[in-house]
Design a protein around this ligand. Sequence first.
Ligand SMILES: [Zn+2]
Length: 376
Amino acid sequence: MFGYLWDTTLAIGFSNYFYFIIRCGCRRAQVHYLRHKCLFIELREQVSERKERKNYYPVKKGFLILFILFVSVFPLSAQKKALVSLKFSSQENSLRVVLEAEESFLKRTKVTTSSTQIRAEFPEPYTLTPPQGPPFELITAEKSLVLNFKEAGEIKMFQLPSPARLVFDIQKSDIQKKELSAEKQQVPVLARGLCVDAGHGGYDFGITYGTSSEKEVMLSLAKDLNSFLARKGKKSFLTRRADQYISISERINFVNQKIPDVFISLHASTSQGFVLYSPRFEEQASIEAGDFYSLSSRQRKYVQKSKALAGSIGKALKDEFKAEIIQREMPLPILNSVASPCVLVELPSPKYVLYDQQMREKVIKAFIHGVAAYEQ
Ligand SMILES: [Zn+2]
């Protein structure tokens, strides 16, 4: 009789379990199953009593224990959490914070704000995709998320659909505005923009060291500089955006179409040092170059500006890296043929320097200071 009861209970148990997983999600199935678990334990005890009298039904008992273990452990590991992604973007005087999740989840989320805090209470546990380097403190708990800001500001909240998100605009206080305007003075004007040339590309690797190559390092640096300027609302152009071969004349044509305020060509040196090249004209070389002569003449009226630019960037690199900077004048086609103030910068070889994010940020900082000082 008990054997029959076991079979029935187990069968109902299994089918209900999967039914609840499908209909209600794992959490409800788990709650439902905890009731079944109690029933099983009761029944098990009754069976043990009977078994003491008669060696009764040993195989099914083992199976039951396994089954109880299964229903206790499985739902916990398989429990699905809501996905919440947190993003931010900084403007001159404001900060925008965006919380993205499923619409029904966000509708049930309670948000409270103060001048220095945003607190979100979620309806269920969640998994957060946090942003990198947020300008605020982030405190997470099982069902809540708190953002603490260093400075007080006015926080406005609104919702946007597809994808569903909560948007917070934080207007910065006057003190921060002043700090930002001081920082802004160091950002160059660049009315016509800056053109960055990542040297080499495609089958032309430039200098290589281990898995690192000049073409890759210079491309990531050029892209970082480009996005830094874009964030500051400055125009910036890249001669290449991918790992592709582009000839010197194609690069020159690109620069001469854009007519930027400043052109910087990025390379690596074979040494640990920085070398800056500015254009130089040699009459003899120009005549020999033939076709290049007409192109070369484009740089003539910018030569002095190019020298000033190289001097200014050289000083900024020296200040930033506390290193000796070598400055040279060379009749390089890419310099002599562009109709803009220009400089070719050779950065230390990847053999001696790891171009991680921190290093790239330092180089960009020096470039920005150098160009800003040159413009004044
Ligand atoms: Zn190179």
